[in-house]
Design a protein around this ligand. Structure first.
Ligand code: NAP
Length: 295
């Protein structure tokens, strides 16, 4: 009898599919690259010769990102930036240009997220997540494109998404709605800016646990799944797999791919049937007790 074996493990961190030096002379601006998947994506670009610009709010995250890229021997600069603020985004691009020239690649990786039943979600929580994930992505893309328009140079944008952009995300209504916006924005911008040489794609990680995940996200994972066994691949993603996909999309070998959102999740998001596991409300999953409008 055929035994389930899952999808094979990828090659180890440090290997690359693209030619060494593929991104020599290219600056890659990655938001939120001081932690988790942003750091992993930035590292794969760095291995291929890119100079890395890390933009995010917290100095300790920027320091961690810098350390990771320096350990690879690649040029790196960090800039404090809140992507919700267009002026802050413009300042970050000024700093990047001063250091390395205009970045040729923008990875919109930064996002915010935490689980909460929709009926408990404060207007401020909704606004904050949408502001960072959707508005921040647009502000960075806009700044990048306007500078390339002026310079008359091509560029590549990768917007990091999430699979609940298609399916909805119970317990994550704010983030799911924002990521659906990011996917749609990717398609609009790819058409609008293609004539000017700007390629715009989406990149969607499935489940990629990492040490920088917030307690709220890790707690939700621990409550709701056994991680490997609930994936058709019988394993979660390894961070270099996402980085490899990002470098391919922005490489010379991916230039005719635009307006596409690539899902890297071992087909987990396509697991749907009419008899899914028993419904457990988001309140029950989170141990929230009955709804209290005064809480
Ligand atoms: P993470 O470690 O929490 O990273 C989020 C990053 O965004 C942080 O470095 C944070 O840095 C930055 N950030 C947040 N708000 C910002 C703001 N206003 N301005 C600038 N930077 C800001 O998350 P992750 O797991 O690596 O996720 C990375 C991306 O993958 C996100 O887009 C996420 O939605 C997506 N994703 C991840 C998974 C997964 O399994 N990990 C699954 C699906 C999708 P500062 O705090 O320094 O600002």
């Amino acid at each position: 009898m055929t035994q389930p074996i899952g999808l094979p493990a990828p090659p180890p961190i440090g290997e690359t599919a693209l030619k060494p030096g593929t991104f020599d002379g290219v600056a890659v601006f990655v938001t939120g690259a001081g932690t988790g998947l942003g750091k992993a994506i930035a590292s794969e670009f760095a291995r291929l010769g890119a100079a890395i610009v890390i933009a995010s709010r917290k100095v300790e995250h920027l320091a961690a990102g810098r350390e990771a890229i320096e350990a690879l021997g690649a040029p790196v600069t960090t800039v404090v930036c809140d992507i919700r603020e267009p002026d802050s985004v413009a300042g970050a691009f000024d700093a990047a240009e001063k250091e390395f020239g205009l970045p040729g690649v923008l990875v919109n990786n930064a996002a915010a997220n935490f689980p909460v039943p929709a009926e408990d979600m404060s207007p401020n929580a909704w606004r904050t997540v949408v502001d960072i994930t959707l508005n921040g992505t647009f502000f960075c893309a806009r700044e990048f494109a306007r500078r390339h328009f002026v310079a008359g140079t091509p560029g590549s944008i990768i917007n990091v998404g999430a699979t609940y952009a298609w399916t909805g995300g119970p317990g994550f209504a704010h983030s799911a709605a924002a990521k659906a916006g990011v996917k749609n924005l990717t398609e609009s911008l790819a058409v609008e800016w293609g004539p000017y040489g700007i390629q715009v794609n989406g990149l969607v990680p499935g489940l990629f646990p990492h040490e920088d995940m917030t307690d709220a996200i890790l707690g939700n994972l621990d409550r709701t799944s056994d991680k490997d066994g609930c994936q058709p691949a019988l394993r979660v993603g390894q961070r270099q797999e996402l980085g490899w996909a990002a470098t391919f999309l922005a490489s010379p070998y991916g230039r005719f791919i635009s307006g596409h959102t690539l899902v890297v999740d071992g087909a987990n998001w396509q697991r749907r049937s009419l008899t899914n596991p028993q419904v457990v409300t988001v309140r029950d999953q989170m141990g929230k007790g009955p709804f209290n409008p005064d809480a």
